[in-house]
Design a protein around this ligand. Structure first.
Ligand SMILES: COc1cc(O)cc(C/C=C(\C)CC/C=C(\C)CC/C=C(\C)CC/C=C(\C)CC/C=C(\C)CC/C=C(\C)CC/C=C(\C)CC/C=C(\C)CC/C=C(\C)CCC=C(C)C)c1O
Ligand SMILES: C[S@@+](CC[C@H](N)C(=O)[O-])C[C@H]1O[C@@H](n2cnc3c(N)ncnc32)[C@H](O)[C@@H]1O
Length: 327
């Protein structure tokens, strides 16, 4: 199955949000001269240049998107349970930490790219609501003369509690988004949340629209990481923040040995037993090893135009949070 292109819009809703949408861009036209020796050399160089990796496999750039699509289409239904099993719940702590580092203010417009089943978006909404409740409690303590009805009403309005904050979950995979939307309904998230089908490399949003851009465990799967980073920079408002949670390089040699053993000997087995899908989990562990280490990824973020780029390694460098600003 071919991956859908970024311009497809799916389930995009929410007050006033249509203004951030923009049209699809056509891919650039290229010409070559295959008849001439120079043309033939250019073509063969181009062929090599358009090769990439899918885990440890070498594939053409055109193929990679479709293969990644199949992986997440296949694992979507078991995605959440697999994450808890593989990490013994530790992925939840990493995601909570991402939110604490973001520390969103009331009114924050967040774009969560490769947002999948909504883990970052739900944490964002919870964070904003908890912040609002704390503020409300402080205010209520100072307003002693309110009736019970007035107090109850203050606690009821969910939309008020978001203070204009909004999160857009953008992902290329329909199946992942479908699970995310079901979870949102089941858990009662009604406002401040939109789901968009789109490609990190060609985001279907206007320039300068978001305060924060997040991508958690997503950028590793993108064919052209540099393009995704440039798109992140484009859609952020001046002053906006880029935050990426991704697998990284383990620094401690002993942890590294154990982690490798665990990754290659245990994770694909779990994938087979729980999700009936060895290959997708083999891809997961292989793709982790192909992803650049902390310093190299920092430089890529800087190359995309971000400033004040920093990172924090978590759990011995199994993952890292990279942060940068569009200034
Ligand atoms: C297809 O693409 C994807 C699909 C998805 O479902 C998800 C993603 C994106 C991924 C995530 C959101 C998170 C996924 C999480 C991981 C890949 C795992 C991350 C790993 C950890 C947090 C733990 C790291 C483990 C170590 C440092 C090594 C410790 C391991 C051992 C002591 C065991 C070594 C293993 C053997 C010798 C093999 C034989 C053992 C057994 C059969 C027993 C099984 C053992 C366990 C279950 C132990 C697991 C232990 C821990 C988790 C301990 C945690 C320790 C620390 C944090 C230091 C996606 O892209
Ligand atoms: C490991 S999941 C991460 C989901 C979620 N962010 C989380 O932390 O649980 C990776 C996600 O990246 C998405 N993805 C892969 N390539 C993409 C691309 N080019 N554009 C947007 N999303 C992409 C997949 O569909 C999948 O939902």
């Amino acid at each position: 199955m071919a991956a859908p292109r970024s311009c497809a819009l799916w389930g995009y809703y929410g007050r006033g949000w249509s203004r951030v949408m923009r049209g699809c861009r056509l891919p650039g036209l290229r010409s070559s001269w295959p008849g001439s020796p120079l043309g033939a050399r250019l073509l063969s160089q181009e062929k090599r240049a358009t090769e990439t990796h899918f885990g440890f496999e070498t594939v053409s750039e055109e193929e990679k998107g479709g293969k990644v699509y199949q992986v997440f289409e296949s694992v979507a239904k078991k995605y959440d349970v697999m994450n808890d099993m593989m990490s013994l719940g530790i992925h939840r702590v990493w995601k909570d930490l991402l939110l604490w580092r973001m520390h969103p203010f009331p009114g924050t417009q967040l774009l969560d790219v490769a947002g999948g089943t909504g883990d970052i978006a739900f944490r964002f909404l919870n964070y904003i609501q908890a912040q609002h409740r704390r503020k409300q409690k402080r205010q209520l303590r100072t307003q002693q003369n309110l009736s019970w009805e007035e107090i109850a009403q203050k606690y009821q309005n969910e939309e008020d509690s978001l203070n204009g904050s909004h999160v857009v979950v953008c992902d290329i995979n329909k199946e992942m988004l479908k699970i995310g939307r079901k979870k949102a309904c089941a858990q009662g998230y009604k406002t401040g949340l939109a789901w968009v089908l789109g490609d990190a490399e060609e985001l279907p949003f206007d320039d300068d629209k978001f305060d924060v851009y997040t991508i958690a465990f997503g950028i590793r799967n993108v064919t052209h990481i540099d393009r995704a980073l440039q798109e992140a920079h484009r859609v952020l408002k001046p002053g906006g923040r880029f935050l990426c949670l991704e697998f990284s390089q383990v620094t401690n040699p002993l942890v590294s040995r154990l982690y490798d053993l665990y990754s290659f000997q245990v994770i694909p087995v779990m994938g087979e037993v729980i999700a009936k899908d060895w290959k997708s989990y083999q891809y997961l562990v292989e793709s982790i090893r192909q992803f650049p280490a902390q310093e190299e990824f920092k430089e890529m973020i800087e190359d995309a135009g971000f400033q004040k780029v920093t990172y924090e390694s978590l759990t011995s460098g199994i993952v890292a949070i990279h942060s940068g600003f569009k200034l």
